[in-house]
Design a protein around this ligand. Structure first.
Ligand code: COA
Length: 262
C-alpha cells in the first residue's frame, strides 16, 4: 500500500483495511523503523476515503506486539529516549484520532508498547490466549507511549497502578473484567469477529463516526461545559450532511439507509 515499507503489512477488503505488524521473530517488537512505518501506514489510511475502518493485529499466533524493541531501548541516551517516547506518543495519537474506528485484534502478547498501542485503538478484541501488561518496571523503566495515562483512564487509578507497579501481565478474561478490552473470543474466531465488527462500523455514516470519535477524544480534554459546546457545534455541522438527510428519510420511509460519507 505504501512504498518502502518492510515491517508492516497493509491490505484492504472493501472499506476495511488490515494493518499487520510483521516482525514475528521478535514477537512484533516495535523498533524505530517499524514505528515510523506504522506512522506512514496510518497516515495513508487516514487520507484514503475508500477506507472506513481499520483492523490492527500482529503477525503469527504468539504476539500482538511484545513491546518496544528492547535492543534499541538498552542503547538509548536520555535525549534519544525522550525523542523516542514522543515519536511513539505521536504515532499512537494519530491512531486514536484517525477519525475512523481502529479495531485492535489482540492475537497474543500485548505487552509494554503493545498494550499501549492497543489502548490507542477504538476497540480491543482479544483472543482468549492473549496476555496484556505493562512490564516496563521489570526493565527499570516506565511506559513511554502514554501507557500510564491511557491505562489509568481505561481501568481506573487502582488497577492501573497495580499493573504498572507489579509489571505482571493479565489474562484476556481479567482484562475484560477491568474494562481494558471490549470482548474475548477464541483465537480461531478473532479475525472473523474483528471483521464482523468492522463491517458493522463500515456501514455507519462516516462523518458522524468521525465526529463521535472527535467529540469523545477532544471532549475528554476539556471542561464538561466546553465539551458540551463542542458537541453542540459538531451536532450542528453533522446536520448539514447528505447522510443526515438520508438517515432520517430512510427511518421515516421504513427502509435501510445508504450512507455515502457526504
Ligand atoms: N524487544 C526485542 N526483542 C524481543 C522483545 C522485545 N520487546 N520481546 C521478545 N523479543 C524477542 C526475544 O528476545 C526472542 O529473541 P531470540 O529468539 O533472538 O532470543 C524472541 O523475541 C522470542 O521471545 P522469547 O522471550 O524467546 O519468547 P517467550 O515465549 O519465552 O516469552 C515474552 C515471550 C513476551 C514473555 C518475552 O519475550 C518477553 O518478556 N518479552 C519482553 C516484553 C517486555 O518487557 N516488553 C516491554 C518492552 S518496553
Amino acid at each position: 500500500m505504501t512504498a518502502d515499507i518492510e515491517n508492516i503489512l497493509a491490505d484492504r477488503d472493501g472499506a476495511v483495511a488490515t494493518i499487520t505488524i510483521n516482525r514475528p521473530k521478535v514477537l512484533n517488537a516495535l523498533n524505530a523503523q517499524t514505528l515510523d512505518e506504522l506512522r506512514r501506514t496510518v497516515l495513508a489510511l487516514t487520507h484514503d476515503p475508500a477506507v472506513r475502518v481499520a483492523i490492527l493485529t500482529g503477525s503469527g499466533d504468539k504476539a500482538f506486539v511484545a513491546g518496544a524493541d528492547i535492543n534499541e531501548l538498552a542503547a538509548q541516551t536520555p535525549t534519544a529516549g525522550r525523542d523516542h517516547a514522543m515519536s511513539g506518543q505521536h504515532v499512537f495519537d494519530l491512531i486514536e484520532n484517525m477519525g475512523k474506528p481502529v479495531i485492535a485484534a489482540i492475537n497474543g502478547y500485548a505487552l509494554g508498547g503493545g498494550c499501549e498501542l492497543a489502548m490507542a485503538c477504538t476497540f480491543r478484541l482479544a483472543a482468549d490466549t492473549a496476555r496484556l501488561g505493562q512490564p516496563e518496571i521489570n526493565l527499570g523503566i516506565i511506559p513511554g507511549y502514554a501507557g500510564t495515562q491511557r491505562l489509568a483512564r481505561l481501568v481506573g487509578r487502582g488497577a492501573a497502578l497495580e499493573m504498572l507497579l507489579t509489571g505482571e501481565p493479565i489474562t484476556a478474561a481479567d482484562a475484560l473484567r477491568l474494562g481494558l478490552i471490549h470482548r474475548v473470543v477464541t483465537a480461531a474466531n478473532l479475525m472473523g469477529e474483528s471483521r464482523k465488527l468492522a463491517q458493522t462500523l463500515a456501514s455507519k455514516p462516516p462523518i458522524a463516526v468521525r465526529y463521535i470519535i472527535d467529540a469523545v477524544n477532544n471532549g475528554l480534554q476539556m471542561s464538561f461545559r466546553e465539551a458540551q459546546h463542542y458537541e453542540a457545534t459538531l451536532f450542528g455541522l453533522v446536520s448539514t450532511t447528505e447522510d443526515m438527510r438520508e438517515g432520517t428519510r430512510a427511518f421515516l420511509d421504513k427502509r435501510k439507509p445508504e450512507f455515502k460519507g457526504k
